[in-house]
Write a protein that binds this ligand. Structure first.
Ligand code: HEM
Length: 492
């Protein structure tokens, strides 16, 4: 009898637990889907996860494991290869899009989509940065800021500065013993983007800014928990420090302008201070600072990570290393004897190195997701994306699709030998009006670095088997602790 009671109690508790779980698993659907009425039946398949946290737990678990793609795979296993899935992430009901057709549609339709970055990201990058302003304002500021960092003329102005700094950084590192290769590359790419935007600042200011950016970045894809000890809390503090530093730079520039003292060279900061709209309105300090926070962040983290991985993967694969080095040696051989430096023309004529760079861009997919928000109900590939829902364009799925890229986890530049990416299958820099304005600059920086590295250096990692982290971006846990060895004398 007593045993019977125990079983009854056990059954009741189990039933209760399962009942609560059943309710909790459906709670988000009742909150977000029921109000859509008939439209809810044409949503893509998926699940909105748990109340409040939605699918964040499974996302973070996957991206903190060795297999980040297990997050999307779990949707494919449960709901099939539909290419679009409903989720609740970063506090919003959202649709993840993973197939070329859907990604292209979302990224190229500005009438129906606007930027949809989580509020937590906006707080960090800035409400007046490109992710927070209207399409019209974006168009105007984008035209002004993108021209100086892209295209032939702009790049030829920066070529020598980039090359000088690459040569001296490599020289310095080779005399340094062990160091964090990624951290050093971040400093190098930061110096370059600082030069373009602010001409130049003291080493001291630059170091301080770069340190704050590292903390800012760790917070960008973390849970938005503003409590001491959490990455997001540290990132908010870093943003405050960045804003203070930029404010003092803006003040100094405004004073200098009032005093009519001529700056040596007009940089992006001058352009931002001068710009006026059709009504003669100038940009406020807040607008200028948010644009700087965004550009300086986007303009150094990404190039540093891609340069590091390209170097590491070449060094790990002697066959690729040799082929890449042979191409660079050929460039030197063909050069007139009085020419000492790499030219844009030589970079454009390279055939193998661009394949190495494209393969690195694919293999790490630095921006694995970008965010949009539907401005109206819209049908894509037979599914409804409701007005106000976020859209997560999941670049990682495009770049790791085995149909497009056989054996996708293998790093293999030769896959690009006879292959031209079909539309929408290779989007490392995004697409449409928000296409990365720094794509040419990034490729230039990476090419110049690899040219000098391949000709003269070797990288020896101290922990080659060190685990890889995927958040906020793909990197070795030890920031690529390594020694750079000089193997040949520089030609000049
Ligand atoms: C390998 C290096 C880089 C990668 C992989 C990369 C990737 C991307 C991607 C995917 C986007 C699109 C975001 C979206 O659609 O919402 C983007 C936008 C952007 N990138 Fe890059 N980027 C790189 C280098 C740079 C550099 C060097 C700069 C600085 C000049 C830069 C500045 C920006 C800016 C300002 C945006 C926002 C554009 C807009 O909203 O109009 N990026 N980047």
């Amino acid at each position: 009898m007593e045993l019977g009671m125990i079983w009854v109690a056990f059954g009741a508790i189990l039933g209760g637990v399962l009942g609560v779980k059943w309710v909790l698993r459906r709670a988000n659907s009742w909150v977000y889907e029921v109000k859509l009425g008939e439209k809810r039946y044409s949503l893509p398949p998926g699940d909105l996860g748990w109340p409040l946290i939605g699918n964040m737990w499974s996302f973070l678990r996957a991206f903190k494991s060795t297999d980040p793609d297990s997050f999307i795979s779990s949707f494919i296993t449960r709901f099939g290869q539909t290419g679009m899935y409903k989720v609740l992430m970063f506090g919003n009901p959202s649709i993840i899009v993973t197939i070329p057709e859907a990604c292209k549609r979302v990224l190229t339709d500005d009438q129906n989509f606007k930027p949809g970055w989580p509020t937590s990201t906006m707080e960090l990058i800035g409400r007046k940065s490109f992710i927070g302003i209207t399409n019209e304002e974006h168009k105007r500021l984008r035209r002004l800021t993108a021209t100086p960092v892209n295209g032939h003329e702009a790049l030829s102005i920066y070529m020598q500065y980039i090359e000088d700094n690459v040569i001296s950084a490599l020289n310095k590192w080779a005399a340094m013993g062990e160091f964090e290769f990624l951290t050093a590359l971040r400093k190098l790419t930061f110096k370059i983007i600082m030069y373009i935007f602010l001409s130049s600042e003291s080493e001291h200011v630059m170091e301080a800014l770069e340190r704050e950016y590292t903390s800012l970045n760790y917070g960008v894809r973390s849970m938005a928990i503003n409590l001491p000890g959490f990455a997001y809390h540290k990132a908010l503090k870093a943003r405050k420090n960045l804003v203070n530093i930029f404010q003092s730079i803006v003040n100094e520039r405004r004073d200098r302008k009032k005093g009519n003292s001529q700056t040596m060279k007009k940089d992006m900061m001058d352009a931002l201070l001068d710009i006026e709209d059709e009504n003669g309105r100038k940009l406020s300090d807040e607008e200028i600072i948010d644009i700087l926070v965004m550009y300086l962040n986007a303009g150094h983290e990404s190039s540093a990570h891609v340069t590091m991985w390209a170097t590491v993967k070449l060094q790990e694969n002697p066959e690729f290393f040799q082929r890449a080095k042979a191409e660079q040696e050929e460039i030197i051989r063909k050069r007139p004897p009085n020419q000492k430096r790499l030219t844009l023309k030589e970079i454009r004529e390279m055939e193998y190195l661009p394949k190495v760079i494209d393969e690195t861009l694919r293999w790490i997919t630095f921006s694995f997701v970008v965010f949009r928000e539907a401005k109206a109900d819209i049908n894509i590939c037979g599914y409804t994306i409701p007005k106000g829902w976020k859209v997560l364009v999941w670049f990682r799925s495009l770049h790791f699709d085995p149909e497009t890229y056989p054996d996708p986890k293998e790093f293999n530049p030769c896959r690009w030998d006879d292959y031209t990416a079909k539309p929408g299958t290779f989007l490392p820099f995004g697409l449409g009006s928000r296409l990365c304005p720094g794509n040419d600059l990034a490729k230039l920086e990476i090419s110049v670095f690899l040219h000098h590295f391949l000709l003269n250096y070797q990288l020896e990692r101290l922990n080659p088997g060190c685990p890889r982290m995927y958040l906020p971006h793909s990197r070795p846990r030890d920031n690529c602790l390594a020694i750079v060895r000089k193997v040949a004398a520089e030609s000049e």
